[in-house]
Design a protein around this ligand. Structure first.
Ligand SMILES: Cc1ncc(C[n+]2csc(CCOP(=O)(O)OP(=O)(O)O)c2C)c(N)n1
Ligand SMILES: [Mg+2]
Length: 357
């Protein structure tokens, strides 16, 4: 038996022209619901551009673009229930918005202030993980707590295609399978891990195949299709909540931007590949679908974009008005009580800050 003998079907609802291929899922049966999902994607696209501009003008630190990945995040957030737990990585803005994280909090974090991870309206979701794949282990721990308390909740953790090569990822899917933990591991397969293409990342035919060794469920879905994302996520979450069946959801997409504002993808990525991916991005098809099937006009679209621009601008104003984080404060929250070693590091750091400003 060869790995390639096993086939994971890719779930699709909207083709790249916006044609609906099968009946809508129950969760998206009204025009209002469909527009709500579109709104999150537009909000994310607009906010993302504004965040990149803030970095470019020196008002914010390094930032990872979400361009092209909006349907993945929007579908995850739409399908999650309030009391599920999100353990995100750094390309999950659409999900975080739906979970109640404020745009100014996201800016504050990427501006270098960890108070941006202290969400005002979201006490139980986790902060963004920048270390690759470590969050998969945290998700498993939370899944264990949910099982221990016998709750009908699920954990969603996200990561990239590159992250699935790490031990943390394999260990986490393994233990989730062994213990029957309610965790959905969503893999944003955007085909690149900074400059490493998917072909150099794994010999597995798909990332969904990795579920087989762990004995958990595997799904493959068009990650540029927000409707398909909602359907697959709601199935996977239902299995996790009701039957403690963990799964991997491989969402196929493409990173249209640079890896972060510190990267220049033109140095390693073929231009033709990028242009081909642009035609498949999630907003084009979704808008075409709304226009053809739900009476969505250009005026509706313009006013939605205008609302989202106004919202991003006001978040930027709030961000600019935050007081700077007190120097050295980040040492204080590593543990409930700082260790002697950390205290020493803090004092050294404060001395350097004083010396260099
Ligand atoms: C443990 C660890 N190793 C290396 C890095 C540096 N790093 C940041 S992003 C990245 C690539 C991740 O690619 P992928 O998992 O495909 O996610 P994507 O950024 O494409 O969404 C690497 C190696 C890191 N942040 N953490
Ligand atoms: Mg990637």
């Amino acid at each position: 038996m060869q790995a390639s003998d096993i086939h994971f079907e890719t779930t699709e609802f909207l083709d790249s022209s916006g044609k609906l291929l099968r009946p809508l899922p129950a969760m998206l049966s009204s025009r209002d619901q469909l527009v709500e999902l579109y709104r999150v994607m537009v909000q994310t696209r607009v906010f993302d551009r504004a965040a990149i501009n803030l970095q470019r003008t020196g008002e914010m630190g390094t930032y990872p673009s979400n361009e092209g990945q909006e349907a993945i995040g929007a579908g995850i957030g739409y399908a999650m229930q309030d009391d599920d737990v999100l353990v995100p990585y750094y390309r999950d803005i659409a999900t975080q918005i739906q979970r109640g994280v404020l745009l100014e909090e996201i800016l504050r974090y990427w501006g270098g202030d960890e108070w941006g991870m202290h969400f005002r309206h979201q006490a139980e979701d986790f902060p963004v993980s920048v270390p690759i794949a470590t969050q998969a282990c945290h998700a498993v721990g939370i899944g264990y707590a949910i099982r221990y308390r016998q709750q009908a909740r699920a954990v969603v953790t996200t990561c990239g295609d590159g992250a699935t090569s790490k031990g943390d990822f394999y260990e986490s899917i393994n233990i989730a399978g062994v213990m029957g933990l309610p965790v959905v591991f969503v893999v944003n397969n955007n085909r690149w891990a900074i400059s490493v293409p998917l072909e150099k990342q794994t010999a597995a035919p798909t990332i969904a195949h990795k579920a087989l060794a762990a004995g958990i469920d595997g799904y493959r879905v068009d990650g540029n299709d927000a409707v398909a994302m909602v359907q697959v996520m709601s199935d996977a979450l239902q299995q996790a909540r009701a039957h403690r069946r963990p799964s991997i959801v491989e969402a196929l997409s493409y990173r249209l931007g640079d890896h972060t504002t510190a990267d220049d993808a033109n140095r390693y990525r073929p231009r033709e590949e990028l242009e081909a991916a642009r035609a498949l991005e999630p907003l084009i098809r979704y808008k075409a679908y709304l226009q053809a099937g739900h009476d969505w006009s250009d005026d509706d679209d313009e006013s939605l974009y205008a609302d989202c621009v106004a919202e991003a601008r006001s978040a930027i104003e709030v961000y600019r008005a935050f007081p700077p984080q007190p120097a050295g404060e980040f040492f204080d929250y590593m543990y409930a009580r700082p260790t002697a070693d950390l205290e020493k590091q803090k004092q050294e750091w404060l001395t350097q800050v004083k010396r260099h400003g």
